[in-house]
Design a protein around this ligand. Structure first.
Ligand code: HDE
Length: 754
């Protein structure tokens, strides 16, 4: 008889299974929580806090006034082995409140109870009014030197490496909303330059809904859930949004981008970024140019398809943040290049007839090429979401010498809004002293006191001029690299509430975007409008938006009208004669597939030598293999990351079938909640068939070898485009990998619009 206690038997059994799994886990699939595996029994021997996971980083340890402290970044985290109060007194018990006897009332004197509960009561801060849902990462920006001629900004000098923190976000949804909704994405970058922090607070679309900041509350109120029922969450498919944008027609260009595949990115890693506004750059000689900022992803621009996006919102609402963190953990560091479109700084502030102060307009890259000036690599995930991602505070007015603003009326209003919002969100004016926001440049600002003051300012004279503190701080000049407000001439003009006439063109660039799309992308746009407007209750709003579409393009309008069962109106303005910008299309080029997810369906009958080789080949291609098996735990001697019950096609970029798994015992229709799964009567498990069908429908590459080929035959997809079969697992994977360079098997989407 086993002399061990029942608990010990369970513990030993679990630990030996865990050891086996660990042995089989090289390389490891990312995503494990914690930096060390937990023990089965609760640890009782006091030990210091575990280090962060290897891929995690945190803000450099700087003082509130920007000095390097030299302390390790863990100095900002919890210290010591023992539980303490917030004042550091060690505690004996945190499980029971102090009571007058075991059955007695709780005593008011229990300062530990009150401290613990009070702090908990105040753990939440207001979420951002827009861009509430986001994910961030640390990284480094390295300059090529190509911008030296046009800006004196030191971080753009050749070879200069600058720490950065990037936060990606959706716009409309609350903090807990899904990542994959149709929306614009924020792409905000904090460069900790040694000349002061530079925030490039951009989006994944180059234009905006409105031309003047005073309309921002209007567009956001229209897009947010209706104020009475507070629905729908995180989406624009509702009457209020379309009511506003169809009346406020300058929104039509941005709306078209949202309805395009750009509104549902595959990943933050596959998004472009845009500063949107035109900025003014100034070089050493004091010469100026106008410029637009661009981020170009190394992996290309790729999107989900709408059904995938909708399914993911339920199956994995954290899809984009998980993808970002997992890619960094797996070493597939997300990369972008920073680019500039540069224009002469003329008094008209136009280029090729395009008003550079109008944020609803792009300058096509064919007219003004994007010049690459540096590269961004995200290589560390945050150690603590709240401290870093939630508390990071961006501001378009955080500018280093060499970068200045223009009179774009949208940008001008933003210069007010970003500090103002942090006062409420972060509880006072000292948010720049929160570790993630601390500059990496010396700060001597004469700003004093306020809630949560972390600096211990010396001296008695926080004013200028002074003699009591020896005159410190002193104003800097050109020689000391002071920020230059470029003395732009302001034309004599009446004080009015009006826009320049050039801002009145609301449709020509929407048409340019539409005409730049490939047929399959146009199909997607038509379906997106039809879906969104189809969700509106009011016919009047649909008709009004159709009128806007008629002014963009008759085919677009007619197709959406047909889907809505409404007549297509005639345009009310002449259709603009524009030259398409092919670079706006996502289709037709090839890109690396780094960091993509490849599902491998296995069962105990699979040839595990081949599965092991294919798994290794997927890792070697900088992608992540997920074994999908009839049950969890070990399959052969490999760990299954998903079972047929937990896996779903939308997590995957490609699917490999190594075997023909018979229906697993839990594949009974009654227990199988997945809508659409075929009854478990055929030779293969219905959930595997569903996975194949969905991958096929979403135009993903599919491969199978050996008995796996019969699953494709059963699903009716064998021999169709983008389906690779063969005898060798590795060869099949090579074929699938090649297909993934196109992102999707586009032939599977027949397009009826030219
Ligand atoms: Fe923002 N925006 N915005 N915005 N914005 C905010 O600042 C605002 C605009 C953008 O990850 C807020 O800290 C106004 C354009 C991003 O923390 C707020 C106007 C672009 C983020 C604010 C705009 C952006 C914000 C909310 C019209 C693309 C998230 C919380 C003039 C170029 C930053 C906060 C992060 C956040 C105001 C328009 C990008 C309220 C008034 C155009 C990426 O201050």
């Amino acid at each position: 008889m086993d002399a061990r206690s029942p608990a010990k038997v369970v513990k030993d059994a679990v630990e030996s299974a865990a050891e086996k799994v660990t042995d089989a886990l090289t390389p490891e699939v990312p995503g494990k929580p914690g930096s060390a595996p937990p023990t089965v029994a609760e640890p009782t021997t006091p030990q210091d806090p575990l280090p962060p996971k290897p891929e995690q980083g945190s803000p450099q340890t700087r003082t509130p006034t920007g000095a390097r402290t030299g302390a390790p970044t863990t100095a900002n985290g919890q210290q010591g082995a023992y539980l303490t109060t917030a004042q550091g007194a060690r505690l004996r018990d945190t499980d029971h409140s102090l009571k007058a006897g075991p059955r007695g009332p709780t005593l008011l004197q229990d300062h530990h109870l009150r401290e613990k509960i009070t702090h908990f009561d105040h753990e939440r801060i207001p979420e951002r009014v827009v861009h509430a849902r986001g994910a961030g990462a640390h990284g480094v920006f390295t300059a090529y030197g190509a911008a030296e001629a046009v800006t004196r900004a030191g971080f753009l000098r050749k070879g200069r490496a600058t720490d950065v923190f990037v936060r990606f976000s959706t716009v409309l949804g609350s903090r807990g909303s899904a990542d994959t909704v149709r929306d614009t994405r924020g792409f905000a970058t904090k460069f900790y330059t040694d000349e002061g922090t530079f925030d490039l607070v951009g989006n994944n679309m180059p234009v905006f809904f409105i031309q003047d900041a005073i309309k921002f509350p209007d567009i956001i109120h229209a897009g947010k859930p209706h104020p009475d029922r507070e629905i729908p969450q995180a989406q624009s498919a509702h009457d209020a949004f379309w009511d506003f944008v169809s009346l406020h027609t300058e929104a039509q260009h941005h709306t078209l981008w949202n309805m395009s595949d750009r509104g549902i990115p595959r990943s933050y890693r596959t998004m472009e970024g845009f500063g949107v506004h035109t900025f003014r750059l100034v070089n050493e000689a004091g010469e100026t140019v106008l410029a637009k900022f661009h981020w170009k992803p190394k992996l290309g621009v790729h999107s989900l398809v709408w059904e995938e996006a909708q399914m993911l919102a339920g199956i994995d609402p954290d899809f984009h943040r998980r993808d970002l963190y997992d890619a960094i953990e797996a070493g597939a560091f997300p990369e972008w290049e920073l680019g500039l479109q540069v224009f002469p700084d003329t008094p008209e502030e136009t280029f090729a007839g395009i008003d550079l102060l109008d944020p609803t307009k792009i300058v096509p890259e064919e007219l003004a090429p994007v010049q690459l000036v540096g590269s961004l690599t995200l290589n560390r995930t945050p150690t603590n979401f709240f401290a870093e991602t939630e508390q990071v505070a961006f501001h378009v007015g955080h500018l280093p010498p060499g970068i200045d603003v223009t009179n774009d009326p949208l940008l001008q209003g933003r210069l007010f809004s970003y500090v103002d919002t942090q006062l409420t969100r972060l509880g006072g004016p000292n948010f720049a002293q929160i570790p993630i926001n601390r500059p990496h440049a010396a700060v001597n600002d004469m700003l004093r006191d306020g809630f949560h003051q972390h600096a211990v300012h010396a001296g008695v004279a926080p004013y200028r001029p002074n003699s009591l503190d020896g005159g410190n701080p002193f104003p800097a000049g050109d020689a000391e690299n002071a920020f230059l407000d470029v003395p732009v001439r302001v034309a004599e003009a009446p004080k009015i509430r009006a826009n320049p006439v050039s801002f009145d063109d609301h449709f020509s660039q929407a048409r340019l975007f539409w005409l730049s799309m490939s047929p399959v992308e146009r199909e997607h746009i038509i379906r997106a409008y039809t879906f969104e407007l189809g969700k509106c209750y009011h016919q009047e709003i649909k008709e009004r938006q159709l009128q806007c579409l008629a002014n963009v393009d008759p085919v677009l309008c007619a197709q959406v009208a047909a889907g809505l069962g409404l007549p297509a109106p005639q345009p009310t303005v002449p259709l603009a004669d524009v030259t398409p910008s092919p670079v706006l299309s996502q289709v037709g080029r090839q890109w690396p597939a780094d960091g993509r997810m490849v599902g491998i369906v296995v069962d105990p009958e699979a040839d595990f030598d081949t599965v092991r080789d294919v798994r290794r080949a997927v890792f070697a291609a900088d992608m992540v293999p997920l074994l999908i098996a009839p049950h969890g735990g070990l399959i052969g001697d490999l760990p299954a990351q998903r079972s047929f019950a937990t896996g779903r096609s939308v997590e995957l970029d490609a699917l490999l079938i190594a075997t023909a798994p018979a229906p697993a015992p839990d594949a009974l229709p009654a227990r199988d909640a997945k809508a659409g799964a075929a009854p478990a009567t055929g030779p293969a498990d219905p959930r595997v068939l569903l996975m194949v069908e969905e991958c096929w429908r979403h135009a993903k590459a599919i491969g199978a070898w050996g008995p796996g080929v019969s699953v494709l035959e059963q699903a009716g997809v064998a021999g169709t485009p983008g389906v690779v079969t063969g005898d060798s697992g590795e060869d099949v994977f090579t074929g699938v990998h090649r297909l993934m360079a196109d992102h999707r098997v586009w032939e599977r989407f027949p397009a009826s619009v030219g």
